[in-house]
Write a protein that binds this ligand. Structure first.
Ligand SMILES: NC(=O)c1ccc[n+]([C@@H]2O[C@H](COP(=O)([O-])OP(=O)(O)OC[C@H]3O[C@@H](n4cnc5c(N)ncnc54)[C@H](O)[C@@H]3O)[C@@H](O)[C@H]2O)c1
Ligand SMILES: [Zn+2]
Length: 370
């Protein structure tokens, strides 16, 4: 019985405010086994649960989920960013309709950010919206994608172009699920963790640096507090600014460059977090060149990113192409590129005056060609 396997599941509860509802993020080792109680506490007890997942993730966790949730109906979507599109959402609608899902249905997304975003969009639109529960199983999804209510899919012309703000009713983060994650996927999530640290917490930065071995070993004592801290940071920012007109924009630290690198390599070369790692290097380089960020902090950021492991090459990528892609970024408002720059390890600001020249110089210093 799962209850005896995990006698005392200690969990942390963080509340997120949204325009639709306030919702909890429950974080704890082995929390998957407490899914029914958590659903009950969120007012979702006794409903029909539709789990949306992918074959790989479902193989890993179906036993845990099916043991605790009776009559769960899994709908599996194929694995991979290229399946995060409207056709998949359509198939999910088909599955929900065929299974007779009515307004008592609850969609439970079990998987990484791709499952969460796609299932979330299906939940947001099916019967004009049925409750959504996020059960993220990658580090990136646990600290980022599952929180904040952004759901959506890609369009042939660009990533995340079709979507909605649709807050979940509950987020269940069980760090134990990360044990099976490939090292590269885990690292991709760690770069987002580093982003949070640079944005808001010098202390978190130091702890990541000091605890790298334990983090990579996914030791609960090291990993869980870091996840909790990142969830708190994101929960705080999205609670204050759901629609990303103010402080939530800080979360885009490193992302202007990241999105450009992902786009010019057709989303094939980098895991999103790896592109973010380059983005963090570029943002700190620009900030240091302006003497906005102390050189010593820039060096520490570069050192930590190097310590986390190798990144895919950028030396064959064109600076001009990257700049062009940045010009098409969703964050261009009235022709001006809003850029987030760190002013210290632990503080970041949105600035509106980063020039193409500064950007080009930083991309070249990163090793990209003209
Ligand atoms: N909504 C948001 O606010 C937000 C924020 C950041 C990223 N995203 C989106 O998230 C997506 C990326 O998410 P991701 O990095 O989680 O990638 P992903 O969902 O593709 O997961 C990575 C890989 O790990 C596998 N996997 C998942 N859980 C596992 C586990 N516990 N053990 C072993 N393998 C496991 C997946 O099947 C997949 O092959 C992108 O589409 C991005 O746009 C959304
Ligand atoms: Zn990101």
């Amino acid at each position: 019985m799962p209850q005896t396997r995990h006698p005392a599941v200690e969990s942390v509860r963080i509340l997120v405010d949204s325009s639709l509802q306030q919702y909890p993020i429950a974080i704890g080792e082995g929390l998957l086994s407490r899914l029914p109680a958590l659903l009950d506490e969120s007012g979702l007890g006794g409903r029909t649960y539709f789990v949306i997942s992918n074959p790989l993730v479902w193989k890993l966790f179906s036993r845990d989920v099916a043991t605790v949730l009776r009559n769960v109906k899994p709908l599996l979507m194929p694995d991979g960013e290229r399946f995060k599109h409207l056709q998949t959402v359509n198939r999910l609608y088909d599955g929900l309709l065929r299974a007779g899902a009515d307004r008592s249905a609850v969609v439970i997304a079990v998987g990484g950010g791709i499952v969460g975003d796609t299932a979330g969009f299906a939940a947001a639109t099916y019967l004009r919206g049925v409750p959504l529960v996020q059960v993220p199983t990658t580090l990136l999804a646990q600290v980022d994608a599952a929180i904040g209510g952004k759901v959506g899919v890609n369009h042939l012309l660009g990533k995340n172009l079709i979507g909605a703000f649709y807050p979940p009713s509950l987020v269940v983060v069980d760090p134990r699920t990360l044990g099976s994650l490939k090292r590269r996927e885990f690292r991709a999530g760690l770069y987002e963790v580093v982003k949070y640290a640079i944005m808001t917490s010098a202390d978190l930065f130091t702890r990541i640096q000091a605890g790298l071995t334990a983090l990579f070993a996914r030791e609960p004592a090291a990993l869980t507090p870091v996840i909790v801290e990142c969830c708190r940071i994101k929960a705080d920012l999205v609670s204050r600014d759901e629609r990303e007109s103010g402080p939530r924009r800080l979360l885009n630290l490193g992302h202007t460059t990241a999105h450009a690198l992902e786009a010019i390599t057709k989303y094939r070369r980098f895991r999103h977090g790896e592109a973010v790692a380059y983005g963090l290097l570029v943002a700190s380089d620009i900030a240091a060149a302006r003497q906005f960020l102390p050189a010593a902090d820039r060096a520490r950021i570069a050192q930590l990113i190097a310590q986390l492991g190798p990144l895919p090459a950028v030396s064959d990528l064109s600076t001009a192409e990257a700049l062009e892609a940045m010009g098409r970024d969703k964050k261009v408002i009235k022709g001006k590129l809003h850029f987030v720059l760190p002013s210290a390890i632990g503080a970041a600001h949105v600035v509106g005056d980063v020039s193409a020249k500064e950007l080009a110089a930083a991309l070249k210093r990163l090793g990209m060609r003209a």
